[in-house]
Ligand binder design. Structure first.
Ligand code: CO
Length: 134
């Protein structure tokens, strides 16, 4: 059911420093920062030949990743995003298999303007999983 790894997301305490280390130290192609107020994050994407890295930094007072940064002050891996062809069909299969879909279970528009869902980390090896319809 899942297809390509769309991105790996990393929460960072300093977005400029993280962007610079990917751009200069690692020599990667980076996008300009984008504020996503409805998600409470600012993102920078690192574009690799086979996938992307999403740098996440809290935006606003109610950011869903603020707690993550409290627990992991140096930052850390936050989620993996896999592509699916049909997100509603994927959700229904996951629910039927007993997996937990976070939130109200309805796909939301994610960082790339495409429908996304998040799956409970306890169901997937302690890793938060994002599904994105491509
Ligand atoms: Co993501």
């Amino acid at each position: 059911m899942i297809g390509k790894l769309n991105h790996v997301a990393i929460v960072v305490p300093d977005l400029d420093a993280a962007t610079l280390s990917y751009k200069e130290t690692l020599g990667a192609k980076v996008t300009p920062p984008a504020d996503l107020p409805e998600h409470g994050v600012t993102t920078v994407f690192i574009e690799l030949p086979n996938t992307k890295i999403e740098l996440l930094h809290p935006l606003g007072t109610n950011s869903p990743i603020a707690k993550f940064l409290e627990k992991h002050p140096d930052g850390g891996m936050h989620h993996l995003c896999y592509e699916v062809e049909d997100i509603v069909a994927a959700r229904d299969k996951l629910l039927a298999e007993g997996a937990r879909v976070l939130g109200d279970g309805e796909p939301k528009i994610g960082a790339h303007g495409k429908p996304v869902l998040f799956l409970h980390p306890k169901d997937f090896c302690g890793t938060l999983v994002e599904l994105e319809q491509t």
